[in-house]
Design a protein around this ligand. Sequence first.
Ligand SMILES: Nc1nc2c(ncn2[C@@H]2O[C@H](COP(=O)(O)OP(=O)(O)OP(=O)(O)O)[C@@H](O)[C@H]2O)c(=O)[nH]1
Ligand SMILES: [Mg+2]
Length: 300
Amino acid sequence: MNTATTQDPFRCGYIAIVGRPNVGKSTLMNQLIGAKVSITSRKAQTTRHRITGIQTLDDAQFIYVDTPGFQTRHSNALNKTLNKTVTNTLISADVILFLVEAGTFGPADQQVVDLLPSDVPVVLVINKSDRVKDKAALMPFAQEVSSKHNFAAIVPVSAKLRFQLDALQGEIKRFLPENEAVFGPDDITDRSEKFLASEIVREKLFRLVGDELPYTSTVLIEQFEQEGDLRRIFAAILVERDTHKSMVIGNKGARLKEVSTQSRLDMEKLFGGPVYLEIWVKVKSGWADNEAGLRAYGYE
Ligand SMILES: Nc1nc2c(ncn2[C@@H]2O[C@H](COP(=O)(O)OP(=O)(O)OP(=O)(O)O)[C@@H](O)[C@H]2O)c(=O)[nH]1
Ligand SMILES: [Mg+2]
């Protein structure tokens, strides 16, 4: 814990986390705030919404905003919506974290650089540095990427191993404006438990069902009730076709059971109490094809 003195004005601001898909944006946010509010997986398009993660210290409040990976194909309604979420988040940021993967900078990264405003401090975060055996190779890579934009700071990190996250936090804090706290000291997100529950089930779906399951599968919480400590949650996994339904259910229901068990354990950890969870699989096609369908499933 930092000890605030009267010389230290309180700082509070919004920190946008942007980058191409799969660079580790959500992993980084969760590690920075010390709680898992944003889902992660090795598949691209894991994050589909703007997700806030809050950390409050004695002298500062960090309001991180995790965003979907910027999609290079803009052709369908879902991708357009995801990219709009990224650009809208950039508009209201006090600080921007631009993430790249150590050793890799391609056209998909450049497209995100092209979105960066020139009047907001941008920290270049070189993630997954644990994967680079020869640390000396990070220097020329950092130099190459730093020529693409006028970055306020450059920090190599490993979100997964928590390497250099304190250094990153220190850099961010320097750029936070002097402001009162926006959220309470114990808040970790502005998202509802119902929303977080649907995201947890979607994460297990992404992680436990094979790559053949189309990205248009989604999760809807049909009922969320609290009785004392116990949360009763009824969720529906929506898939495009009957064949996808059997993929999710698995042999004798084994896969759905695993999705359900792992989801429940994560929910109990995040909500801090017992959860009763029932999950059904339903066929519903075409929801991601148009804006009305997207809005119906909570896309902004
Ligand atoms: N080795 C290593 N893997 C990491 C690190 N950070 C994240 N990953 C892995 O990278 C994959 C993607 O992580 P996410 O946090 O979901 O990435 P994202 O940028 O949020 O992805 P989208 O939301 O799909 O854009 C996961 O398998 C993570 O475990 C890291 O520092 N080192
Ligand atoms: Mg993500």
